[in-house]
Design a protein around this ligand. Structure first.
Ligand SMILES: [Zn+2]
Length: 374
């Protein structure tokens, strides 16, 4: 994995490269970002950079033996710990499965990983035995005489066993870097947090998500742009959306809003009938797409110079809506109704009645607004 394979995260990449180049890499670094922001891919890119024999100012070379070993996750001085299940389980018992999983799905979640090894509803954890094995492994001399890197994916699963690692974190062996990749600090011991340097990963911007999908040849321009809008900054969510094969949602949105604005009952019912058959995921995607367009329209109404990340056709639609100068309260009512409807559909409510109620609320909000003087 090279830095150029990691979606977005320009600031974090630059930060990591600078720290490595200047020799100011902390002994223990905690990369913290919500699911899908790419913590593990970044850790892998940094490891590859560290072991690369021909690195540049911006990336590893991708071709030297060091790069090749890291890209197969087989470098002898790169170690991985991750959640697994079973008493006294060690990560190395699952290393081949873990390699296969990460190489295939570098943006996969720990839930997906645990399911892939058959955890079902068993609790994943990183055991005390694994912590001791990390210490043993890192105390050994580096096989290749250079740096040693230990990636601990999801230290949330360490629980109180994390205390075993404290001394290692405080006084690591020479040239040793511990990279913790976490999604939330809530379940990590304060004693670990206070001994690690924090690197925050931001949600990935819609344009970066779209570029990442295009770079992988997974979506055409319009689909990539729409998925960028609705994946909430998570590239794993974006990949899920691609897998669901979501088509272009703008025509549906346009037709729905035309019916609502024109008070066209038939058009509204046609929309409800059509979309209630679409499957829960698709409906939720359409509703969050609608939300992103409405939020852009709201911003354009009140801050016309504002920056938005909508693709051109969506932006045109949002601008037309903004030109109607709806009061902010109308947007508030519509946004609340959409959020609520999405929540209900996620919880298995009957989609036809949810979509009908939603359409009536939206229509009412639009109609009341158009009768008010501006
Ligand atoms: Zn290289």
């Amino acid at each position: 994995m090279q830095f150029s394979d990691v979606v977005g995260q320009a600031a974090a990449k630059q930060n990591l490269i600078q720290m490595w180049q200047s020799g100011r890499m902390p002994h223990a670094l905690l990369m913290l970002g919500q699911e899908g922001t790419g913590g593990l891919p970044l850790a892998l890119a940094l490891a590859q950079y560290a072991f690369c024999e021909a690195k540049t100012e911006t990336d590893s070379c991708g071709r030297c033996p060091g790069c090749q070993k890291v890209s197969r996750m087989e470098h002898a001085d790169l170690h991985f710990s991750y959640p697994a299940f079973g008493p006294k389980v060690l990560s190395k018992q699952y290393i081949q499965a873990f390699r296969n999983f990460v190489l295939e799905r570098p943006y996969g979640s720990s839930y997906d990983w645990l399911q892939s090894i058959g955890a079902e509803n068993k609790q994943g954890n990183i055991t005390a035995e694994e912590c001791r094995s990390i210490i043993d492994m890192l105390t050994l001399k580096a096989y290749e005489g250079g740096p040693k890197i230990q990636i601990i994916w999801r230290p949330e699963y360490l629980g109180k066993e994390g205390n075993i690692l404290l001394k290692l974190i405080e006084e690591p062996p020479d040239q040793t870097t511990l990279l913790f990749v976490a999604e939330s600090t809530e379940e990590i011991l304060g004693t670990i947090l206070s001994r690690t340097q924090l690197l925050r990963l931001r949600p990935i911007s819609p344009t970066e998500v779209a570029a990442g999908l295009r770079q992988r040849g997974l979506a055409d321009e319009r689909q990539a742009a729409q998925i960028g809008q609705i994946c909430a900054g998570s590239f794993s969510e974006a990949l899920n959306l691609v897998a669901q094969g979501e088509g272009d949602m703008l025509p549906a949105l346009r037709e729905w809003f035309n019916a609502l604005a024109m008070n066209n009952g038939f058009g509204m019912i046609r929309f409800v009938n059509l979309w209630s058959k679409a499957g829960r995921e698709s409906i939720i995607n359409l509703l969050s797409f609608t939300l992103s367009v409405l939020e852009a329209a709201l911003r354009l109404s009140y801050l016309p110079e504002t920056h938005h990340s909508l693709p051109p056709q969506e932006a045109k639609f949002a601008r037309k809506l903004a030109d109607r100068r709806l009061p902010a309260d109308t947007y508030r009512v519509m946004i609340q109704a959409l959020t609520k409807a999405s929540f209900r559909i996620e919880r298995n409510a009957y989609s036809k009645s949810v979509l009908l109620a939603l359409s009536i609320q939206m229509q009412h909000a639009l109609q009341t607004a158009s009768m008010q003087p501006h």
